[in-house]
Design a protein around this ligand. Structure first.
Ligand SMILES: *[C@@H]1O[C@H](CO)[C@@H](O)[C@H](O)[C@H]1NC(C)=O
Ligand SMILES: *[C@@H]1O[C@H](CO)[C@@H](O)[C@H](O)[C@H]1NC(C)=O
Ligand SMILES: *[C@@H]1O[C@H](CO)[C@@H](O)[C@H](O)[C@H]1NC(C)=O
Ligand SMILES: *[C@@H]1O[C@H](CO)[C@@H](O)[C@H](O)[C@H]1NC(C)=O
Ligand SMILES: *[C@@H]1O[C@H](CO)[C@@H](O)[C@H](O)[C@H]1NC(C)=O
Length: 350
């Protein structure tokens, strides 16, 4: 009896949490991520738009991959190639370069190939010339206003990504030279891949892993790869609170980025700018140093200091690092300081 009541209370408080979130969202801003928060309110969308949402099942035994709505694109040696998963020796015939590390980039809600904000990161990795850059395009399965469907589809996407990595590994791609980089929902997809492969994932870089409506069993955890590094920029709103990995970087307290305060939607801006921090970290002269700190993310106004050495935040973070690290900086990351300086104008505010 008591247990039943406790369960009831938990589910009521869960519904309330989502409801309160919805209240603080300004519907007059025509913004896909904001609209997404209203999906629990079925009257907020016409039946038509909900009917168009795509829901992919994963628990049946039927072969579901390759899936026409889940594509893998290789950007290497100035070429763009769509992976043909039916072709056994695709990797060897492609412009993949086995001397380079592999980066698999996974976009979030409302993303796709050639969409902002993920294209900033894709282009930054390509520009270094040091990586085989792969993009997981699951755009058709995460289009607005279908946020709940997108969350549901993460497992199906991860399953196909697992089959893709397994096939590439069979063709000679070393898993210990492969990093999965995911933004928002994409961060949880990187984690879920571990459920669908028989080897250990090497490294995950999670950019402000998404919070709204993520079920506990789909949430990214440190168990999902040998090294899981998370960068938090909007913790508690679009992004998760607390620890997501072996290393959690809490940027400017983790909740709101100061340069986003002048924008119309500071939460969305803060959530998106996580991408610019990782892009910036690919440049030795720009990468930020993070200090060990003791508080959970988001921190209060004064994060406690912790004994330890500072580490570089992002791509160069050592694989052996653990714990929480704090970064302070009031300028938009990766915004070029002057014309011709390294960076991407798309990371500037206004
Ligand atoms: C909602 O956004 C509109 C347009 O940006 C603005 O004019 C209005 O004041 C906002 N309302 C609230 C309650 O924040
Ligand atoms: C659901 O959405 C509709 C349309 O936006 C709104 O009129 C209604 O008040 C909402 N209901 C709840 C419970 O939020
Ligand atoms: C629209 O949704 C409502 C509520 O779920 C349902 O009663 C109604 O039959 C639906 N209409 C159509 C045309 O599907
Ligand atoms: C592979 O990458 C290495 C290191 O960047 C480069 O020297 C080499 O020319 C590349 N091979 C091909 C076939 O492009
Ligand atoms: C929300 O924020 C993003 C990033 O700053 C901006 O590009 C977009 O125009 C904003 N949208 C609205 C409706 O305020």
């Amino acid at each position: 009896m008591l247990l039943k009541h406790v369960c009831f209370l938990i589910s009521v408080s869960w519904i309330l949490t989502i409801f309160i979130d919805a209240q603080i969202v300004n519907l007059s801003n025509n913004n896909p991520i904001k609209e997404a928060l209203f999906l629990h309110n079925t009257t907020a969308f016409s039946n038509n738009s909900r009917d168009k949402c795509m829901w992919r099942a994963v628990n049946n035994q039927k072969a579901v991959c390759p899936d026409p709505d889940i594509n893998f694109i290789l950007y290497a040696e100035s070429k763009k190639e769509f992976v043909d998963t039916y072709e056994n020796d695709w990797l060897r015939q492609s412009s993949w370069n086995d001397t380079k590390e592999n980066i698999l980039i996974v976009h979030g809600y409302a993303g796709g190939d050639d969409t902002l904000p993920i294209s900033v990161l894709r282009d930054a990795y390509i520009a270094t010339g040091r990586y085989n850059v792969w993009l997981l395009d699951w755009g058709p399965l995460c289009q607005p206003p279908c946020y709940a469907a997108a969350v549901h589809n993460m497992k199906a996407v991860a399953r196909c990504a697992g089959e893709f990595l397994t096939a590439m590994r069979f063709s000679g791609m070393q898993t210990d030279r492969t990093t999965c980089v995911g933004h928002s929902l994409g961060a949880h997809i990187c984690g879920l891949i571990s459920h669908y492969v028989l080897f250990r994932l090497h490294r995950i870089i999670a950019l402000d892993p998404a919070r709204p409506l993520i079920p506990v069993q789909s949430r990214l955890t440190a168990g999902d790869a040998s090294a899981v590094h998370a960068i938090h920029t909007n913790a508690g709103h679009y992004g998760e609170m607390g620890k997501s990995g072996h290393v959690d970087f809490c940027v400017n307290g983790g909740r709101i980025q100061p340069y986003c305060e002048s924008t119309e939607n500071e939460s969305l801006c803060s959530h998106v700018w996580a991408i610019c921090y990782l892009a910036e970290s690919l440049h030795t002269e720009l990468v930020k140093k993070a200090e060990p700190c003791s508080r959970r993310c988001p921190t209060g106004s004064r994060p406690g200091h912790r004994v330890g050495f500072p580490v570089l935040m992002g791509q160069p973070t050592p694989l052996s690092t653990t714990g929480s690290y704090c970064v302070h900086d009031d300028q938009p990351p990766f915004c070029p300081k002057q014309p011709g300086a390294p960076g991407d104008k798309r990371c500037c505010i206004k």
